[in-house]
Design a protein around this ligand. Structure first.
Ligand code: KG4
Ligand code: ZN
Length: 350
């Protein structure tokens, strides 16, 4: 019954992680993730067809593992939520087909979820309901946005700023490749930067000058600047370059996020997405929020990168808000813009 809490099964398959999670009433009961990352490493990036095939193999075992960890049986699932976009189309199709199968067989409602709303909602599993309003900085492999979020289950999400070119994670991934570091580049840069001196290499701070878009981001120039430095007769050490890049990205992200909070009179900043796992981003966000008198919320590292718990978290919010279930002809939307947490809402159909 809508509006009443139930066990929500969430399924995520938008990129190279197959995730399943179980959430009830804002509480994570169990989750499991399988990754095809190792299969993509030798290509230096995610190969869509390989990712889709890996999801086919992983989805049912991952759901079973999540249920086992939660100590639940499939019959106890009262709703199914699934990432309907954005993401790789073949990968999304697999998760959606599986979710429809579970929901149809169990006779329970299906919710289509926007992947990025999942990144936001996952923080509620660790820190409780989000304050209304809050400013959210989403930093993932494909997206970088500053958002004003009210009620995630009901209200339209306001974009204060987005990236004009590469996402923060993409900047880490591409620069890591130039530096000869392994895929995925973000964690590799994080590790390598520990041995480096961030002050040894000064990289630009894009869109940070007076009069420039205060909440917009641009990261493609950083990758190019790093490449130019490497072409010098005496290039900087890899660790210094990694540290300098990480510092530039963390500096721009946190400065703009704090400014957005102060400009909008919002007291809470929430930093989410794969890049929120970055140690320098977390550290600088803590320092700057403390200095500005803001409350900072960042999900635990393991929930920052893609997983099924985050999709279940959105499904749980939607279900408790009495949101209408998605129709069974719900389709994937590989480039879905982030407007509402739910995708394929009946009201949005013609
Ligand atoms: O949210 P996510 O798992 O997938 C997308 O929705 O894109 O984010 C993946 C991105 C990748 O670009 C990866 O390099 C980056 O998050 N990432 C990190 C770290 N862990 C993951 N970037 C910097 N430092 C990390 N520790
Ligand atoms: Zn993601």
């Amino acid at each position: 019954m809508a509006g009443v809490s139930t066990v929500v099964l969430g399924i995520e398959s938008s990129c190279d992680e197959t995730g399943a999670g179980l959430v009830r009433d804002g509480r994570l009961l169990g989750h499991a993730v399988a990754s095809s990352m190792a299969e993509h490493a030798r290509y230096g990036g995610v190969v869509p067809e390989i990712a889709a095939r890996a999801h086919v193999h992983a989805v049912a075992p991952v759901v079973t593992e999540a249920l086992d960890r939660a100590g639940l049986g499939l019959a106890e699932v009262g709703a199914v939520a699934v990432t309907a976009g954005p993401g790789l189309s073949g990968a999304l199709q697999v998760g959606l087909a599986a979710a429809k199968g579970y929901a149809f067989a169990l006779g329970v409602p299906l919710y289509g979820v926007h992947h990025l709303a999942g990144h936001v909602a996952v923080d509620t599993l660790a820190h409780g309901p989000l304050p209304d309003p809050c400013v959210v900085l989403i930093v993932s492999g494909g997206h970088t946005s500053l958002l004003l979020v009210r009620d995630l289950a009901r209200d339209r999400i306001v974009h204060l700023g987005d990236t004009r070119d590469d996402a923060a994670g993409e900047c880490f991934d591409k620069t890591a490749r130039i530096l000869g570091l392994p895929y995925p580049g973000g964690p590799a840069i994080d590790r390598t930067a520990r041995a480096g001196d961030p002050a040894a290499v000064r990289l630009p701070r894009p869109l940070s000058g007076p009069g420039e878009d205060p909440y917009g981001f641009s990261f493609s120039g950083l990758k190019t600047a790093a490449a130019r430095l490497l072409e010098r007769p005496e290039p900087p050490a890899t660790a210094d370059l990694a540290a300098g890049l990480q510092e530039a990205v963390a500096d721009v992200l946190t400065r703009k996020a704090v400014r957005a909070c102060l400009d909008h009179g919002v007291g809470t900043l929430v930093v989410v997405g794969g890049v929120a796992a970055n140690s320098r981003v977390r550290e600088l966000a803590e320092q700057r929020c403390a200095a500005a008198g803001l409350t900072l919320r960042v999900p635990p590292r393991e929930l920052c990168t893609d997983n099924g718990a985050m999709i279940a978290a959105v499904g749980d919010l939607l279900h408790r808000a009495g949101a209408p279930a998605a129709p069974f002809d719900l389709a994937i939307d590989p480039s879905a813009p982030l407007e509402y947490a739910a995708l394929g809402r009946p009201a949005a159909r013609r």
